[in-house]
Ligand binder design. Sequence first.
Ligand code: SAM
Length: 216
Amino acid sequence: MIADRRAFILDNTRLQPPPHAPELLLHLADEVTPIWRMTEEELGELGLPPPFWAFAWAGGQALARYLLDHAWEVKGKRVLDFATGSGLVAIAAMKAGAGCALANDIDPFCAAAVELNARANGVEAGFAGEDLLERDPPQVDVITAGDICYERPMTERVMAWLEAARGRGTRVLIGDPGRTYFPRAGLVRLAEYRVPTTRELEDQEVKRTGVWTFAD
Ligand SMILES: C[S@@+](CC[C@H](N)C(=O)[O-])C[C@H]1O[C@@H](n2cnc3c(N)ncnc32)[C@H](O)[C@@H]1O
């Protein structure tokens, strides 16, 4: 077991600005394979999902940029950042003046990653580690979801859940770089960015990435 996840993150990442939201600082890995292998070795498990929390994904970077530039979307509001990874969107929301932000992810490393990254940016963000898709969406003002359409079953579950949230009056903001399962139908694009990523993760160095919400 990795007894101290904080120490593991600090040892295997570098504090650096995500390229499309350089106002922020995050503990990010430069290469995917070494940290992935080390996580598996330390946990004594093979076939683990990649350490998503160690990278700022294109969808999250676009959402972070959007919130920093459109602070009215979150100012004074309760924000839930679903599938938070490193926590960058929750942190951007707090930087933009959100009343509070709850970061959610089922990867247990994310609790420590969000805590360290929030601290590095001088903000506070809560963390919830349960699978929120198993129940009704919580009563918040805004739900953000960055880069969540990379697998079909998850995309279908998340989109249905986000639509239910929208039905309850929650503003839903989705960041997506044109992933295979992203359903454009019923969504409108609020912004589009050219987001620098890394060839470690993506097939292109710059990903055209949209911020979307449900159409009225
Ligand atoms: C591609 S990463 C995106 C992370 C972050 N939003 C960003 O854009 O940098 C996808 C994240 O979804 C998380 N995830 C997968 N299934 C989930 C679920 N049911 N509930 C919450 N998070 C989930 C993964 O653990 C991973 O951190």
